[in-house]
Design a protein around this ligand. Sequence first.
Ligand code: GLC
Length: 643
Amino acid sequence: MRMAPRSALDVAERVLADEPEHRRATFGLRLDRWWGDLADGLRAPYGEAADALALRLVELAAGAFARRDPELARLDEVRTLAPDWFQESSMLGYAAYADRFAGDLAGVRAKVPYLRELGVTYLHLMPLLQPREGDSDGGYAVADYRTVRPDLGSLADLSALAADLRAEGVSLVLDLVLNHVAREHEWAEAARAGDPRYRAYFRVFPDRTEPDEFERTLPEVFPDFAPGNFTWDDGLDAWTWTTFNAFQWDLDWSNPDVFAEYADIVLFLANAGVEVLRLDAIAFLWKRLGTSCQNQHEVHAITQALRAVVRIACPAVVFKAEAIVGPGDLVHYLGTGQHHGKVSDLAYHNSLMVQFWSMLAARDVTLAAHALRALPPVPSTTAWVTYVRCHDDIGWAVDDADAAAVGLSGPGHRAFLSDWYSGAFPGSWARGLVFQANEATGDRRISGTAASLLGVEAGEPERAVDRLLLGHALVLGWGGVPVVWMGDELALPNDPAWADEPGHETDNRWVHRPRMDWEAAQRRSEPGAREQRMFDGLARMARARAGLPHLHASVAAEVLEPADPGVLPVLRRHPEGPMLGLYNVTDEWRPWPVDRLVELGLHRDLLDALAGAAVEPSPDGAVWLAPYAALWVVSAPARTLSP
Ligand code: GLC
């Protein structure tokens, strides 16, 4: 451990002069513990400016530490004693737009009992800080990070909601949009007004020379409605970098002032009671000529330094990386090599999500098993965020080499998935919409609610529920934090009126961002209703999961060689015994050989922890899985099986 230098301790002592002795001591211990991570993280991106920046950050951290609410300061201590809190098998996430779910923040407070009924312990509210007016990319174009969208409530309402949630054991998760700001943000306004300090916050080019050089290797995120990666701005009298929409201006993270601004925002949100920060579009932070300008190593160094600031000031808070990148780049967001254990605590398991959809359409697990087996291990102190779908489109991040290894063509399989999920493929039960068809690459991403992609509108509503329950069994059975997208707990279909709201008409991702149907939610207690099967099935799964130590995220999920091309086997080797998840992705009965259970150490008192019932092999030496069935096989302790 590298202790903090005198200069950093002096800064802390000055800022904390009026704090009680034990608080000063706590801060000093944390500063020593995390100084190395901070200093090393700043070195690569900021070089000679790193030392001065580190002292600025210590000052910000100490200030935030001094202002921290006593209840949050207590949570910091609790989480320091139990740093694996987010890895527990009791975790269940839910993600929603506050307004579409419950009107406003006060409405969300009123719905906490609904969330608890489902078993939710983690609530991601979609962007709710003051966005630009008009189209704001669903709030991802932030105009002011310190103000809540007025129609949703105030900052005080946000803190009150966070406190209510905390009292119920639910962590509040918010986005930290840090790759870009709205062109209406005060930094962008100042840049346009000619202030050189703020011009340097952005990537500004007098002509097309550099943009054209960069464009040679840059992909396009929104080729349909925001082609290219640069936008001319009259006020700037220059081109500026806009990876996403023209109104979202990318920041220049090589400028230490930008880092300091965001550190301050992070500390501000932490002190408002936010417990998990979702680092939006984190892959795009660092630009390098001749590359895709994603996944550059400086991104991880920056995350490490930001993480260290949080660990010093408010260790109750963790980071979640939103990096929707190929499988080979993904694991680095949980920390590999020198960044092991030092960057984000959570990251979206985009590969698992994509492979779920791929398996279901293909009725075959071969590609998924190969691709998931090829993923390198992740640090045992981190956790995947697993999900069936989210607010974004589904892009077919299937690696060409993985496809080739199992005899498929990458482009061919991706085209099949787009055809299947847009309903164009003969026999498809899906009713998705094509998002951002890209002629140059052949990519066609897909929008649609999970239930509509799984057949709820195509004459097989009950099958759609089976498939949706299977998907949730897979993501709940993986370990980590499974996150349910609002409405999936009721198998809500596509929103047919998605294009009617101003600003949404060109962005069909709104088809799977319906307003909550509270009437449908009422039917969760009507026996036999579709909503009841789905809600109850999911809530039961969450309860079963919470009782399984095997699902603590420190234990790796190992995908085994399939025994049947329709059944994905996922093993977790826990000191208390193995757990084997079996997932039948077909509409037929499929077998799993009993002797392979025995090989894995599963030979007596076999329990399917999902159903809470004994596993009964048939005389032919197999355990048979019903269409779309999932089993979580464990050796039951005698007490579980006794009546
Ligand atoms: C993330 C969000 C997406 C948004 C983009 C730009 O990928 O999930 O909805 O469009 O970032 O902020």
